[in-house]
Design a protein around this ligand. Sequence first.
Ligand code: NDP
Length: 342
Amino acid sequence: GKVLVTGANGYIAMHVVDQLLKGGYSVRGTVRSESKIKYIQDYFKSYGDKLELVVVPDITKEGAFDNYVSDVDAIEHTASPFTMQIDDPNEVIAPAVAGTTSVLQSAVLHGKNVKRIVVTSSTGAVLEVDTGKTTFTEDDWNDQAIRIVEEKGSAADAPSKYRASKTLAERAAWKVAELHKDSFELTTICPPFVYGPPIHEINGGSEGLNQSLKDWFNIVLKGTKDSDKEFLAKVGSSWVDVRDVAKAHVLALKTVDAGGQRIIVSTGAWKWQDWINIARTFASEVAAGAADTYKPDEAVHDFLYNTEKAKRIFELDSSILISRETSVQDMLSKFKERNLQW
Ligand code: NDP
């Protein structure tokens, strides 16, 4: 089969493309500009013409994907802004929502072979903060972020702006899917923070990393919060390795039961100090942070996810999912290989 992957140059998307090609699929990847193509082509050159890359300059334009869906069997829609530098919330909401509806509409109108569409959502579209609830399931929707953005506009906090973009985009996807049940089945994948080795193009050193890895790099390796032990011991979330996220994206295409499902893919909870402790076993120069006072067993986690659905449908349980130790080891090797210094 042939799969369209939007935003193919991204951190997660490069792993999705990698696993699709390894799995024997042909891939058409979209990027926003010509300059993004060469790195991807070079990275996957052993696959020859199994990979094609095309430029879609503005994914929000109606019909933007019309020319690229007629010969594909499935779509992985990953392109969406993940940034914390946001002024007007519409800077992220507009591309997230309109990008999602435009690719789904193109599939409905011109993708006669498209039977399955996978949208990369986020636990940002699931969780709500400071409500007393700490364990979330696929039945939970983050309407709180939308309310915050409606009330505060540009003055809202950046995470709320980003999370609102993900909730609104995923809702928009389910709406199109509901209207066009005969045309295709939708699966949405909701990962928490994604870490693990970057294989995508990185410009400008570690500051050019994607949002989740940039924060990890700065806090864990550069020790930018080293003076704030309270932060390192108390602040955290849940995570999943990028290769497991990519695996879920591929399984979502070929698993019958994944059709029509929203699926959380999460490995477990962490505090920043957990990552520091693990990183120090591989790189002793990493600053100790709160290592002397932090008690992992006593950590209280605010964002936990029920992962029964991913276990049932994808068989992704803790015996399969990549561990924190492996993820850190592979991430550090990749950072070194790519000359990202801390
Ligand atoms: P990246 O920043 O590496 O990738 C984002 C991709 O989306 C890039 O291809 C980027 O293109 C594209 N993109 C961003 N803004 C726009 C826009 N306005 N118009 C068109 N394309 C755009 O991040 P990730 O790989 O982490 O993110 C991929 C997906 O995964 C996103 O949907 C994100 O919300 C989701 N996600 C990520 C998590 C994480 O921790 N990393 C956690 C949960 C979900 P360009 O390079 O040209 O800007």
